[in-house]
Design a protein around this ligand. Structure first.
Ligand SMILES: C[S@@+](CC[C@H](N)C(=O)[O-])C[C@H]1O[C@@H](n2cnc3c(N)ncnc32)[C@H](O)[C@@H]1O
Length: 177
């Protein structure tokens, strides 16, 4: 399916800045960026580890077409890990994390709404992600204080960064293999 591509916003820039610092401290050889949108996170790692070591995915075909045309990063259309093979040292996901708001247009809902409560896509992602991690691999997941946390907490996250916005706090969670 084709939707508008998510234009980078505060969440994207917060995650991008964090990722630059994170990758200056840890060594990774492969990166899977789930829900890549404009490719902002995949672009960061491709400059550091080389674009052949980065795979970007999105459920939105337009995002992947845009990557092929402009950025030169490998991309595949995939609903979470459906079409993903292999294991990665780092998996990132700036997830759609908001609870359902029926007034939101379908075109932007795909990028923002994480399900009825807001945590459903993140939980499905976490359930599947560990199968795609190398030994000592890491997951970084961005959610918000508006996302229910009680079920996500069962995956033992460490909150590695926070950013306060007007009506929410963005959280970057790290999970280890
Ligand atoms: C909040 S946007 C983040 C985009 C980009 N990574 C950024 O930081 O600007 C969430 C992205 O996840 C994608 N997405 C939503 N559901 C998905 C799913 N089930 N599988 C893969 N990607 C999904 C959306 O199309 C969108 O590009």
């Amino acid at each position: 399916m084709k939707y508008s591509i998510y234009e980078p916003l505060e969440d994207s820039y917060f995650f991008k800045d964090f990722l630059i610092k994170y990758l200056s401290k840890i060594l990774i050889k492969s990166h899977l960026d789930v829900g890549t949108g404009s490719g902002i996170l995949a672009k960061v790692s491709s400059k550091i580890i080389g674009k052949e070591s980065v795979l970007a995915t999105d459920i939105n075909e337009s995002a992947i077409e845009n990557l092929k045309d402009i950025k030169g990063v490998k991309g595949i259309v995939s609903n979470l890990f459906e079409n993903v093979n292999g294991k990665f040292d780092l998996i990132t996901f700036n997830a759609p994390y908001l609870p359902l708001d029926k007034r939101e247009p379908k075109d932007s809902k795909i990028a923002t709404t994480g399900g009825i409560k807001g945590d459903e896509i993140s939980l499905k992602f976490l359930k599947e992600a560990k199968k795609h991690l190398t030994k000592s691999g890491r997951i970084l997941l961005l959610i918000s204080s508006l996302t229910p946390f009680n079920k996500i907490e069962k995956y033992s996250p460490v909150i590695v960064a926070r950013k306060k916005l007007f009506n929410e706090v963005l959280l970057i969670l790290e999970f280890m293999e």
